[in-house]
Structures are given as structure tokens and as C-alpha cells.
Design a protein. Structure first.
Length: 439
């Protein structure tokens, strides 16, 4: 990818209607991008079908949902869930009687983890076991799903799987230093990625975030062929991240959260969509803006690029509703601070010489530095302290707005997608939000 391919205008197409089927390939948890897409499918009258990633028992064995868990999950989704555990990744997989990657990581310590070596022959066997388990379950899911999608209907497959960090105590301490540390507590992303621990995590990121999209496209081939033969259409979407254009000096400029260690996996996800597209399959990765979610809160500073959305709302012909969002954000600040003062901090942050080298699209994803951590985490802390309540932040409002905007953008663009990889930047998010609230 030489440069970002932005979606500039709000799409108006819609092929999806009552009787069509929306398939959520990933479980719906809490706040996150998937909610916006599910809401659009529900508004269109589509039949909603989900899957579960399953749960782990006391021995870490993967299991289906209990009746009570299934009932709660289906109520949350607003549709039926195929109760076959479809957990991506291989960190807890292994041939019978041999250690899993998580078992192998259990011996790592904070003092030794950078030098500790892993048994890559065993890890490859674990990866193969995990991939086989996942693909076999995908086949079972598709067998059930096939009877739920009528001939001639349209199907929308929304891939939402991401992540892949093994649950080991040592990594929690390392992550706090990589993503939250400054000064003596700073740890570079390069130190992590060059270690065997980091290499294993990157492999698991690929399986969870990217390769699972490939397995979805391959596994649904028979359904796709049947629907297309009977007059229906099939679409695939996935959520990417590859930086975002925000307003800097009153111009939309690409920038990124630099400590994003999943970046390589997100680029792999893009390549899978491009390969599918080349084979006539409408699969699109939407690179969405930085927001605060349950999973992104570990990345201190990722939220800083959210604040210029307030200016984008006005720049894209926002009226009274845009003013109301600004007022709602101002109400969360202490009396001594204003939104203008907050935005000035963001302007100073983006203009700082430390930040400029990181706005290099071709070099993404880049390693962090101690100087970057000091500036980014320090600015994040200063802005958080401007609030009345650390649990009620301006970024909560702005994250909700981004989610509200991306849902209809993705849903309508997917009807007639223009490219396999698209960026949803602050300009088109603001245009969509203003269109939804014309006052």
C-alpha cells in the first residue's frame, strides 16, 4: 500500500433488505466497532446470525456456551448464535500431551524474558493444531449457516476478530512498560518484537487478526457460490487500523498511534482482502479511526487523535448538533478549562518535532521511542487531569460518535464497495454524522 485510499463521500447504496442475512464472524462484547454495523443490519431488517468464540473451562479446554450464556449472548446480539466455539489463535493449543505456547511462556520472568528462547518446533506444531481446530469448526459453522441463508438472498459477513496476546502474567508487566511506561519505566516496542515472546505474539496476531479472515472467505465458498448462482450477492468486511487523517493545521493529515504492535497483522489483513478482490470476491477492510474501547484502553495516548473530530464536525458544515457535541464535551471539564484549551494542547502535541517523523505512512508501523512516550503519555495524562471525573471523559463521547458514523458508512459502502482497503478518516465520519443529525 503506497498511500491511504480514503472514502471521501457518504455512500448512499443499499442492497440489503429484509430476508437477507448478516453474519457476525466474532462475538459481540461491550463497546466496539461491531455494534454500529449490527445496528445498521438490524435497521435494514436483516436476519442476524452470530457465532461464539466459546469459553474456557477450569482446565483451559475450549467449550461451547451454556444455555444461560447463550441466552444472554443472543439477547445482546439480537439474533441467533451458532453455538460452536470458534476461538482464533493457537496460544492454548497443542498436540495431545504436549505443552501449549502459554505453558511454555509460563517460565518467563521479568528478568529473563528478553533472553529466554522458545522451542519453535513445538510452537509450529501448536500453530498447526490451532489452525486445524479453527478450520474444522469453521466448516461445522458453515454447515449450520447454509440452511439459514435462503437462495437468492444477500449475505453480509462481518469479520470482527482481533488480538491474540497470550494470557501470561509476565506479559501484563511488560505491556505496562511498552504501552504506558516513560522515563525509567519505558520499554521500546522493538525490545518486545525482537524477543522470542514478541515473535510468538506476532504469529498469534496473524492468526487471530488476519488469517481468520482468510479462513472465513475460504470456508464460506460453497454458500457464496450457491447464493450468487441463485441471484444473491455476498460481501465481506473486516476492521483494520492503519492510521487516520485528522485535522492538523486545518488540513486533513495522516497520523498514527505508533506503539501499535498489531500493525503487521493489520497489513496482512489488508493483503487478504486485496487477494480476494483480485479473485472477484467483494471483501473490504475498513481502516477506522482511533477510539477508546475495552481492548484499546491499554494503549495510553491512542485517544489523542480523537479530539480534532470536534473541529471536523464544524468544518464539514456542522450546525446546531455539532455545537451540542462540543458543549457536551465542555461539560466534562473542570471549570478552569475549556475545549479550546484542550484542543490547543492537541495542536501543540501534533506540532511537536518529536511527532513529525512518525507521520511517515511508508514506514508504518514504526517502533516507539522514549521521547515519543514522554510526550504522548504525558499529554494524555495532562488532558485526563483536565476532567471533572477520570471515568467520564471527552473521548467517551467522541468514541461513541465515531462508532455511530462508521456503522452506516461501512454498511452502505459495502453494498457497492470501491476498493478492497478503505480509510474512514475524520472528514467522512463528520460528514456522515452531520447527515444523521441535520440541525
Amino acid at each position: 500500500m503506497i498511500s491511504p485510499v480514503p472514502l471521501r463521500e457518504v455512500p448512499q447504496s443499499n442492497i440489503f433488505r429484509k430476508g437477507d442475512v448478516f453474519v457476525l464472524f466474532g462475538e459481540l462484547f461491550g463497546r466496539g466497532y461491531a455494534n454500529g454495523l449490527v445496528n445498521e443490519a438490524r435497521n435494514a431488517g436483516m436476519t442476524i446470525v452470530g457465532i461464539t468464540v466459546g469459553r474456557r473451562d477450569e482446565n483451559n479446554a475450549l467449550r461451547a456456551l451454556t444455555e444461560e450464556e447463550l441466552s444472554v449472548a443472543e439477547a445482546n446480539l439480537g439474533g441467533r448464535i451458532i453455538n460452536l466455539p470458534l476461538m482464533a489463535g493457537f496460544d492454548l493449543d497443542a498436540p495431545q500431551g504436549t505443552p501449549t505456547p502459554t505453558d511454555m511462556l509460563g517460565v518467563l520472568t521479568l528478568k529473563s524474558w528478553q533472553e529466554d528462547k522458545l522451542d519453535w518446533t513445538q510452537i509450529e506444531k501448536c500453530r498447526e493444531a490451532g489452525v486445524k481446530r479453527f478450520k474444522d469448526t469453521v466448516a461445522q459453522v458453515m454447515t449450520q449457516l447454509d440452511s439459514m441463508i435462503p437462495d437468492g438472498s444477500n449475505a453480509f459477513f462481518a469479520h470482527t476478530m482481533a488480538g491474540g496476546i497470550p494470557k501470561v502474567k509476565v506479559f501484563l508487566a511488560i505491556a505496562n512498560r511498552v504501552y504506558k511506561g516513560r522515563g525509567e519505566r519505558f520499554l521500546s516496542t522493538r525490545a518486545l518484537l525482537d524477543s522470542d515472546l514478541g515473535k510468538l505474539i506476532m504469529m498469534n496476531f496473524d492468526e487471530v487478526t488476519a488469517n481468520s479472515f482468510q479462513y472465513l472467505i475460504e470456508g464460506s465458498a460453497a454458500i457464496r457460490a450457491r447464493l450468487e448462482k441463485s441471484g444473491g450477492q455476498v460481501r465481506y468486511t473486516a476492521y483494520g487500523y492503519h492510521g487516520t487523517e485528522i485535522l492538523i493545521d486545518d488540513q486533513y493529515q495522516w497520523q498514527t498511534y505508533t506503539s501499535y504492535t498489531q500493525g503487521k497483522a493489520k497489513m496482512r489483513l489488508e493483503s487478504i482482502a486485496e487477494a480476494a478482490w483480485a479473485n472477484g470476491i467483494k471483501a473490504t477492510v475498513y481502516n477506522c479511526p482511533e477510539i477508546r474501547t475495552n481492548s484499546s484502553d491499554i494503549f495510553v495516548g491512542v485517544e489523542l487523535s480523537l479530539f480534532p473530530l470536534l473541529r471536523a464536525l464544524k468544518k464539514e458544515n456542522g450546525g446546531a448538533w455539532a455545537d451540542e457535541q462540543r458543549a457536551a464535551c465542555h461539560a466534562l471539564l473542570q471549570a478552569d478549562y475549556s475545549i479550546d484549551a484542550l484542543l490547543q494542547k492537541i495542536d501543540d502535541y501534533n506540532a511537536n518535532g518529536v511527532m513529525l517523523p512518525f507521520r511517515d505512512f511508508a514506514a508504518w508501523p514504526m517502533d516507539n521511542t522514549a521521547e515519543l512516550a514522554d510526550l504522548m503519555i504525558g499529554t494524555s495524562d495532562e488532558i485526563t487531569q483536565m476532567h471533572l471525573d477520570r471515568k467520564a471523559l471527552v473521548t467517551d463521547i467522541l468514541s461513541s460518535l465515531v462508532l455511530e458514523g462508521t456503522g452506516p458508512l461501512m454498511f452502505h459502502e459495502t453494498s457497492n464497495p470501491s476498493a478492497p482497503v478503505l480509510w474512514l478518516n475524520h472528514d467522512v465520519i463528520a460528514k456522515q454524522l452531520n447527515a444523521l443529525h441535520p440541525k
